[in-house]
Ligand binder design. Sequence first.
Ligand code: PLI
Length: 458
Amino acid sequence: MRKRSWAEPYKIKMVEPVFMNSQKEREIYIKEAGYNTFLLKSKDVYIDLLTDSGTSAMSDRQWAGIMMGDEAYAGSANFYHMEEAIQTHYGYKYIIPTHQGRGAEHLISKILIKEGDYLPGNMYFTTTRLHQELAGGTFVDVIIDEAHDSESNFRFKGNISLEKLQKVIDEKGAENIPYVCMATTVNMAGGQPISLQNLKEVRNLTNKYGIRIVHDMTRVAENAYMIQQLEEGYADKSVAEIVLEICNLTDAATMSSKKDALVSIGGFLAMNDPDVFEQARNLVVVYEGLHTYGGMAGRDMEALAIGITESIHDDHIRARVGQVQYLGEKLLKAGVPIVNPIGTHGVFLDAKKFLPHLTQDQFPAQTLAAEIYLDSGVRTMERGIVSAGRNSETGEHNYPNLELVRLTIPRRVYTQAHMDVIAESVEYVYENREKITGMKMIFEPKYLRFFQARFEKI
Ligand code: PLI
């Protein structure tokens, strides 16, 4: 068959200049930032791969929507557009807007979790687990073992182990498990998808015990695309159809709209249970805002309504994931150790293999992120021991198997030439890896320490 490459399904109408500062300047900036890329100023960054959260480029239609903002305190027209988009494309009945994903996590944790409960999930996410813990729950990792192995090429590393889940139910009792927290594409595992077959099996098991599934749908369209590409029986289905099928197998969802849904700010809690909805509708006014804006401006709800429809187009998602794959394949070819298979929202460097001469206590991923910035002004982020935090009972560091640096690709923002420059820089740092020394932590905040911790070179 004739080969036809993918290309971006858009052309560029407005540009934002970026420039690379000098190595000398970067040495000063990263030191001032305590070797934490979260503490750098954006003006000092050349290509920003810190996150894909709130960093997407909006379309001309979304910007037009911004001009249609109805900033009424109550009953904004934009809320009803957003509600309709969520109901139509994600299938949930009831919607509570929140300022972003963690606002929704806060509400659902407060409503469903009681002291002493257990929350099985397919690997943790930082804010999700913290809200579960603050509500009195304990997170239990039930993701399949392959997810913790950066070399495993298993295609659905986001899958839940039914044996592990059954064990939690047997040991802790279904009455102490308010829900299973199921993420589509597992961020901390390297952007790895769950299969529909696995989700159906999890649904059958949870149905037997009357346990809910709460869906972290932050990157659901990317997961749906991987199902379309890889899972038997889905090649002829659209991403939109697969997204809906995933959502229909779950009871509620938390969403950070800042990722898949192509907006700068926003999120929501969605559910099918009217009783949970009533509680959430009441609680949202305490923490976020009235139930028809929940911390979002009217204009942002309009941009979100439009962003949702754009995010599930096959052409969009193919180019989005295609760009990530392009960068990943370049690095693989150069022999740089990355998480396999390549993820959907970023390429994850395996810092343990990249810097084998550093112990995990010397923060290899934190060190590597700083080194890449030093080389080229490309900003990445740590996803390893610093992100994993401390065990809430023993106070010891959690030591995750995966010690990663995430090169997160914003949606519709950078070009293939940017990917080439990023790859060159990572390859250069890899070639010179033996000279790199580790770090010690000199300041550690109590919550979500990776955002504000400070380090010093050993
Ligand atoms: O950043 P929020 O509060 O809108 O969303 C929190 C959140 C929840 N779930 C998942 C899977 C996320 O990836 C997530 C936020 N992720 C960030 C900020 C990231 O850089 O990956």
